[in-house]
Every structure is written in structure tokens, then in C-alpha cells.
Design a protein around this ligand. Structure first.
Ligand code: PRP
Length: 208
């Protein structure tokens, strides 16, 4: 697994405002959207392209276009939905699938309550969206499902990660073609499974 922490002053600025408990829901959603677009720029660095011939008004030349099959973008409901627009702004031709997952707040185990994605993801690049990588249970289960369906390149775009979750992903997804792109790896998880300093519960702050 590859981990890419995006080091950019605009990312740090937006993340700081997201962390601030005084930031209201409307502002939180707007900033999360903007932050995802910045992360998406980094996350799509290896998006597959193919060469095309075109003519400019001046001369024939060659360029690139996104390859087929199209990339698939999968937000993990609920909170990942708040990241979808920011991602497809950069990948408007992507197909979109959905995974509904919830973490039990006592056991911290993730379970899936909704799945709507192509059965066959052979040869597909997939971008998974989830604001928080806490214990890692949710993302590990989501990515294992994508790989089971044949995805051969998975990038998880997360706003914040905990070192514990990164470690779990590295262990559970060893040897798989997975990249995690995040704005920050924070200090730790607390006893309730929240990222510290974190930003609280992203789903509640967006939709609560
Ligand atoms: C939160 C968050 C992640 C998950 C991370 O979702 O949005 O999906 O927990 O935790 P983990 O890494 O420990 O598995 P939650 O279960 O609160 O659902 P929601 O998005 O519907 O609020």
C-alpha cells in the first residue's frame, strides 16, 4: 500500500477550518468539497490515459485522453457522499458506484448495508471516498470488496487518517495495488475510536 500525505498550504488551511468546532454544517460541506478537489488532483496523478491524435488550429499534434474502461468513483455513505461532487468535478466521465457502510460505535466493527456497483471491475481503476480513516475497518472491507470484484488499482481519498488505521490497512491490504491519499495523518485514535485531534464525526457535521 502506498500512502500519500498532500503537503500544500491550501489543503492545510481548509483542513484547519474543517477541524474547528465552530464551523457550521453548510461551511463544512463547502470546505470538504473544495478540499476533495485538491486531493483529487493528487489522487489522479496515475489515472490511465491513452494517446490521441488531434489538430489544433495551427497543426496536427498528439495528446492524451482518459483510457477505457472509465474509472469508477465509490463514495462510502453517508459521509463519503459529501466528497463525490469534489471528485467528479475533475473526473466528469467517471462511473459512480455506491457503498453504504456503518461502524458500530461500541465494537467499532464496520458493516455494509447497501451496495450498488458493477459486479465485474476487471481492469478498472477505482477511487474510494471516505472522509475518515480511523480504525481502518471500513476502508479495508470496502477495498477488499472492490478487489474481489476485479479492481486492479484502488485509490482511497480520505480527508484525515489515524496512524492506527494506516497500520491496519498496510497489514490487511499488503501486496494489493492500493494507494491512500490524505490531507493529514493525525496523532492517534482515542478510546472511542475518534481521530485526535481530528474533526469530530464527519457524517454528523455534514448531515447531522
Ligand atoms: C465513519 C467515517 C468512516 C468510518 C471510519 O462513518 O465516515 O466511514 O466511520 O471508521 P473506521 O476507519 O474505524 O472504520 P460512520 O460509521 O460514522 O457512518 P456515516 O458516514 O454514515 O456517519
Amino acid at each position: 500500500m502506498r500512502l500519500h500525505v498532500v503537503d500544500h498550504p491550501l489543503v492545510a488551511h481548509k483542513l484547519t477550518t474543517l477541524r474547528d468546532k465552530r464551523t457550521d454544517s453548510a461551511t463544512f460541506r463547502r470546505l470538504a468539497d473544495e478540499l476533495v478537489t485538491l486531493l483529487a488532483y493528487e489522487a489522479t496523478r496515475d489515472v490511465r490515459t491513452e494517446q490521441v491524435d488531434i489538430e489544433t488550429p495551427v497543426t496536427p499534434t498528439t495528446g492524451v485522453k482518459l483510457s477505457h474502461p472509465r474509472p469508477l468513483v465509490v463514495p462510502i455513505l453517508r459521509a463519503g457522499l459529501g466528497m463525490l461532487d469534489g471528485m467528479v468535478r475533475l473526473l466528469p466521465t467517471a462511473e459512480v458506484g455506491f457503498l453504504g457502510m456503518i461502524r458500530n460505535e461500541e465494537t467499532l466493527e464496520a458493516s455494509t448495508y447497501a451496495t450498488r456497483m458493477p459486479e465485474d471491475l476487471s481492469g478498472r481503476q477505482v477511487y474510494v471516498l471516505d472522509p475518515m480513516l480511523a480504525t481502518g475497518g471500513t476502508l479495508v472491507a470496502a477495498i477488499q470488496e472492490l478487489i474481489k470484484r476485479g479492481a486492479d488499482d484502488v485509490t482511497a481519498v480520505v480527508l484525515l487518517a489515524a496512524p492506527e488505521g494506516v497500520e491496519v490497512m498496510e497489514r490487511e491490504l499488503a501486496g494489493t495495488p492500493v494507494t491512500v491519499v490524505t490531507a493529514s495523518v493525525d496523532e492517534r485514535l482515542n478510546e472511542n475510536g475518534y481521530i485526535v485531534p481530528g474533526l469530530g464525526d464527519a457524517g454528523d457535521r455534514m448531515y447531522g
